[in-house]
Design a protein. Structure first.
Length: 155
């Protein structure tokens, strides 16, 4: 079985673990410190995943499904705080998110270079550029960005 995360039309497509690495680089690039979050795998193992440290008082449960009664001070939270299976970034939020991604790209790439490798840094830059372009397309068409988790079974 293989899982793939699809984010909108062309915003992102890849494994959830690759997206988590990208999300960490973006989060650190935006100024959030990395922390280890314990999670339980499908096999029942407890592992620690590195994630951007978003203070709990900045979010409510509805935010991970795209419902923001009050827009966050930092538009990057539209991307960082979401459900991989049912998250939505609403059309009115995609332009501020694209602008913020452009602003933090260099810092995200620097983090990826220092923490991982030049290859990961290159991929981070490529993914952020692709995200910005696709988010701008969503903005032009006034369409929401939906997160879906696709599961394929290897035969």
């Amino acid at each position: 079985m293989t899982e793939f995360l699809r984010v909108g039309k062309g915003v992102y497509y890849g494994t959830p673990s690759d997206f988590n690495l990208l999300r960490l680089s973006i989060g650190v690039g935006a100024g959030y410190k990395p922390v280890r979050l314990p999670v339980i795998t499908e096999d029942g193992d407890e592992v620690a995943v590195r994630v951007p440290d978003i203070p709990d008082d900045m979010l409510v449960l509805e935010n991970i499904y795209g419902d923001w009664e009050t827009p966050p001070d930092d538009p990057i939270l539209y991307l960082l705080a979401h459900s991989d299976e049912a998250g939505i970034i609403k059309a009115e939020h995609v332009t501020p998110l694209a602008d913020r991604l452009e602003a933090i790209k260099d810092a995200a790439v620097t983090f990826a270079t220092n923490e991982y490798s030049a290859t990961t840094a290159h991929r981070t830059a490529y993914d952020i550029d692709g995200m910005v372009e696709a988010l701008r397309e969503h903005a032009a068409n006034w369409t929401d960005v939906r997160f879906t988790l696709e599961i394929t079974y290897d035969v």
